[in-house]
Design a protein around this ligand. Structure first.
Ligand code: SAH
Length: 204
């Protein structure tokens, strides 16, 4: 599948019915999702791989990974409503993925891992400071390589937070357009500069 076709398929997916500000529910726009997924595909981390989408929301990244030929895809999100949308989105794409409702912090929740690849657009911590940390921790526990979307400027933090646990292998800059979603948003649309960061777990 070509990048453009993937983008078009992801563009058609349903979004959050009632997005929650406290969970920082912003669906990854199709061009950014396709960018992340193609980057991972080119590195050999999608096709034929087991893939986990942490904080999958409406399943944009999970569906995209399945469309690009992942061997199996699992998505985890705390919001049961979003999981329902993700299931419908997968059906619409004609792909199979397992979606689980659960908290990323809850290690008792079985996720049918380990996984080759984790993909995630975690909360950036705008509403709740450090909200991205449990995502990094869980990703390093479940997967070998992690592709995550972070606020631009997060690299020094990621580097020190992952010290001894993972190395940063590549960083791709992107712009994440956010449409006015919540009452506290002042502008109709705002472009947030982000980075797609590839982390590789250091073998224990
Ligand atoms: N990955 C999706 C959604 C990104 S928004 C996409 O790319 O479009 C961040 C997601 O993290 C939301 O769906 C939110 O419900 C989820 N989330 C926030 N805190 C969580 C937690 N503690 N455990 C699991 N999911 C969580």
């Amino acid at each position: 599948m070509k990048l453009k076709n993937l983008e078009m398929a992801l563009e058609k997916l349903d979004t959050f019915e009632r997005p929650r500000a406290d969970l920082e529910q912003y669906q990854t726009p199709a061009p950014v999702a396709a960018r992340l997924l193609f980057h991972a595909l080119m590195q050999g981390d999608i096709e034929g791989r087991s893939v986990l989408d942490l904080g999958c929301g409406t399943g944009v990244l999970a569906c995209g990974a399945a469309l690009l030929g992942a061997a199996r895809v699992t998505g985890l999100d705390i919001d049961a409503g979003a999981i329902q949308v993700a299931e419908a989105n997968a059906a619409r794409c004609g792909v199979t993925a397992t979606f689980i409702t659960g908290d990323v912090n809850d290690l008792t929740h079985p996720l049918d891992g380990p996984f080759d690849t984790v993909i995630m657009n975690p909360p950036f911590g705008a509403q709740q400071k450090y909200a991205d940390r449990p995502f990094i921790d869980r990703a390093l526990r479940e997967g070998t390589v992690i592709y995550g979307i972070f606020n631009r400027g997060s690299l020094p933090f990621i580097q020190s937070y992952c010290e001894g646990r993972a190395t940063i292998e590549s960083v791709v800059a992107a712009a994440f357009p956010i449409k006015k979603t919540f009452a506290f948003h002042k502008e109709r649309i705002r472009e947030i500069p982000v980075e797609i960061v590839l982390l590789r777990r250091i073998k224990a």
